[in-house]
Design a protein around this ligand. Structure first.
Ligand SMILES: [Zn+2]
Length: 423
């Protein structure tokens, strides 16, 4: 039932779990704030609780998910690199990252250094796992503009030019937008973090403010739009989300100007954020933007950083769990799997209520590092395909694994966590 991971695989799984924790933790605690968008200190804590969160209710993740995510992330990222360093020599680590990165655009995601002479890499990937590359801020050229609210917004130069064309085009269709947020420097983000820490304590700050260095807004290429409807500024996320038909019109146009939508519905496990119709990202290529938008993939998967495949999920029937319960469990697995480099998850099925025995609950609770007492257990069985060239991977190359087991535990009031997996 349980299998010890081979050494190199443990790194892969560790990475997967880091991201799972980061992007998908379905804990119930913690107030919510959209960590990408969230920048300003609120008037009070409840203001943060009620607004800014990126997860819309239909996304299937608890509202707390994305912000807990960012909280966990920098620490996780640090833990991950420490773990990686401990497990691998530098050369091995280098080989590992080469091996897992497809040759195409993905290298762009990890190219670090930027120089003023080279300019910036418009396909850079900055998210909860990939920090802003070193030297980025030195190479960046920006412009400042003032929005209809009178706020100063800073945007990368070409991004701003493209945005103006997009805005003009939208206005022809009667759609009016403005810029709520553009570039935020790492120093700005640090100031917000410090401010929150001072006001509300380190734990709260870590949960509500994007980790400095790990926000796409640092690039200057990410824009948060707001709507102007009948001359009225509609700025709050929960208000903006009420206008799906307007966002649809906007999203239909953005690729024509080299922008993509970053935080797609149902892709939280890949991007680390819930749906954000207002957050668009400039990629400086209409062709690439059109390819990404027409196929509906995340920038992460376009750049080869995660796998994005359709998974056939069979929830079967359950007397114990609702469909929603099981969907949440499946999301945890998909999250974890997203970082299994080169592997493709094909199917998942709930193993049935007979998995929820006292014995299995006791077994989950006996796992090392389990501090919470699980009261429920769910088992999923899945099939996945290993990479054609396995390289450093522990898997047999090009092989379809079937009936692979995932064991998830849930506390009385908590979310699902993957506690064990293997054969
Ligand atoms: Zn944003």
């Amino acid at each position: 039932m349980k299998k010890t991971w081979k050494k190199c695989c443990s790194l892969i799984v560790a990475a997967g779990m880091v991201f799972a924790l980061a992007a998908c933790s379905s804990g119930t605690a913690a107030p919510s704030a959209d960590t990408e968008k969230e920048t300003e200190a609120p008037a009070d804590v409840s203001a943060v609780d009620s607004v800014e969160d990126s997860d819309d209710a239909s996304a299937g993740l608890s509202a707390a998910a994305s912000e807990e995510a960012s909280a966990a992330l920098s620490a996780d990222a640090a833990a991950f690199s420490t773990a990686a360093a401990a497990e691998f020599s530098t050369a091995e680590a280098a080989a590992f990252s080469t091996e897992v990165a497809p040759e195409t655009a993905s290298t762009a995601a990890t190219d670090g250094a930027q120089t003023a002479a080279e300019g910036i890499n418009y396909l850079v990937l900055v998210n909860k796992i990939h920090p802003l590359p070193e030297g980025w801020e030195d190479a960046l050229e920006t412009v400042h503009t003032t929005n209809s609210l009178g706020d100063d917004v800073e945007v990368e130069k070409k991004t701003y030019d493209a945005y103006l064309l997009l805005k003009e085009d939208l206005e022809k269709e009667g759609v009016y937008v403005d810029l709520d947020s553009g570039r935020r420097s790492v120093a700005d983000q640090q100031r917000i973090m410090d401010d929150f820490t001072k006001k509300y304590g380190a734990d709260y700050a870590a949960k509500t403010v994007a980790t400095p260095g790990f926000s796409e807004h640092h690039t200057g290429l990410a824009l948060d739009l707001y709507l102007i409807i009948d001359g009225v500024d509609v700025v709050e996320n929960e208000d903006m989300i009420q206008y799906p038909e307007i966002w649809e019109k906007i999203h239909a146009k953005i690729a024509d100007y080299g922008f993509v939508l970053r935080f797609l519905e149902g892709k939280e496990h890949l991007t680390g954020y819930g749906y954000e119709p207002w957050h668009i990202r400039y990629v400086d290529s209409v062709d690439i933007a059109k390819e990404i938008m027409s196929t509906g993939v995340t920038l992460e998967s376009y750049l080869g950083d995660v796998n994005e495949t359709d998974v056939d999920i069979d929830y079967g029937t359950s007397e114990l769990y609702s469909q929603e319960d099981l969907e949440e469990a499946a999301i945890q697995i998909k999250c974890s799997f997203a970082s299994w480099k080169g592997c493709e998850l094909h199917s998942l099925r709930y193993a049935g209520d007979e998995c929820c025995t006292e014995e299995n609950i006791a077994w989950l609770n006996s796992h090392e590092g389990v501090t919470e007492k699980y009261t429920q257990v769910a088992e999923f069985l899945g099939s996945f395909h290993s990479p054609v060239e396995s390289g450093l991977s522990a898997w047999e190359p090009d092989y379809e694994y079937t009936d692979y087991q995932w064991w998830l535990g849930r506390t009385e009031n908590g979310g699902w966590e993957i506690v064990d997996s293997g054969y």
